[in-house]
Ligand binder design. Structure first.
Ligand code: TYD
Length: 345
């Protein structure tokens, strides 16, 4: 909304456990912003929104995304990621291609993941857009299925689609079940830092605003029907991420005495070693060993390069969690969800 100030933006969100309307506080008073509480599986609602607001560009971010939850409860992943994407495609086809509101220059952009490509060994080359799909978790299988449906709607019906496959994101507003925000908030609460298996699994971390920047480039200049990899060129073993964050939090406590008062139980507040919280736990079933993105196509065709270094991005992220305790406390203790229930039921 900062960059395209004349554009109207309609956000549709079901506000399930990880959705949070407070994340939109900075745009809620913008007259070009509209929030709709609803479900991507509700086809009449999607059609109505496309027509009512004359929407020509749909960016599909909505997904169940936490691998551990897909292992304990895959149903929500099949429903939201596969049926939800299918429903959006059906609605887009009906309105943009078949109805009275045909929009030639429409675009359906699908936000996906590098996890559809499966897992790499330490020496394998990074995933390109031509790497065969080989998803290993119910989460990645559901995203792979949705990617295939998006592709099929282009080839069969001529819907103008693009897909981006991105590596692990991190940054502000990240729900504290994912590794990086979990580690930051657990350190502050003096809770164990659970490392699955040997902690040597590798992920390619990208600052969230660099992901948004990549999606913007695909929307502006991507070729219809194409997939674009977006990555950070930034591979880290999990254990090294955790020790890096531990040191960063300790440094913050050394320079900011207020933190000692706010988080008196943190190891850093009592001059103890934060890394002693590291606890090796049972490995995730089917745990992918390594993800790495080869973003040559996106770099060459769209001029994409991440703008944030990992050093500055992770420092900003730690700062954000230190400065926004009320945000993560309310999403973690459930008070936010009771507020949603009051507002929206
Ligand atoms: P996660 O943030 O769940 O993202 P993804 O599974 O999509 O990569 O996990 C990142 C990595 O961190 C992954 O290899 C699993 C590992 N991990 C832990 O070791 N401990 C944890 O408590 C969590 C949440 C993740």
């Amino acid at each position: 909304m900062d960059k395209y100030q004349a554009d109207k933006v309609v956000v549709l969100d079901a506000l399930t456990y990880a959705g949070n309307i407070a994340n939109l506080d900075n745009v809620k008073n913008n007259e070009n912003f509209i929030f709709v509480h609803g479900d991507i599986c509700d086809q009449p609602l999607i059609e109505e929104l496309l027509v009512e607001h004359g929407i020509d560009t749909l960016v599909h971010f909505a997904a169940e995304s936490h691998v551990d939850r897909s292992i304990t409860g895959p149903d929500a992943f099949i429903e939201t990621n596969i049926i939800g994407t299918y429903t959006l495609l059906k609605a887009a086809k009906k309105v943009w291609l078949d109805g009275d509101n045909v929009i030639d220059g429409h675009r359906f952009h699908h936000v996906s993941t590098d996890e559809v490509y499966g897992t790499l060994s330490a020496t394998d080359p990074a995933f390109t857009e031509d790497t065969a799909y080989a998803p290993n978790s119910p989460y990645s299988a559901s995203k792979a299925a949705s990617d295939h449906l998006v592709r099929a709607y282009h080839h069969t019906f001529g819907l103008n689609v693009t897909t981006s496959n991105c590596s692990n994101n991190y940054g502000p507003f990240h729900f504290p079940e994912k590794l990086i925000p979990l580690v930051i908030t657990n350190i502050l609460h003096d809770k164990e830092l659970p490392i699955y298996g040997d902690g040597q699994q590798i992920r390619d971390w990208l600052y969230v605003e660099d992901h948004a920047y990549g999606i913007d480039l695909v929307l502006q200049s991507g070729r219809i029907g194409e997939n674009y990899n977006i990555g950070g060129n930034n591979e880290w073993a999990n254990i090294d991420i955790v020790t890096t964050i531990s040191k960063l939090v300790e440094r913050e406590f050394e320079t900011n005495s207020d933190l000692v008062i706010r988080f008196p139980n943190a190891k850093a507040a009592i001059a103890q070693n934060t890394e002693s919280l590291i606890t090796y736990v049972k490995d995730r079933p089917g745990h992918d060993r390594r993800y790495a993105i080869d973003a040559t196509k996106t770099n060459d065709e769209l001029g994409y390069q991440p703008r944030e270094s990992f050093e500055s991005g992770i420092a900003k992220t730690v700062q954000w969690y230190l400065n926004n305790e009320s945000w993560w406390q309310s999403v973690m203790d459930g008070s936010y969800q009771s507020w949603i229930a009051e507002q929206y039921t």
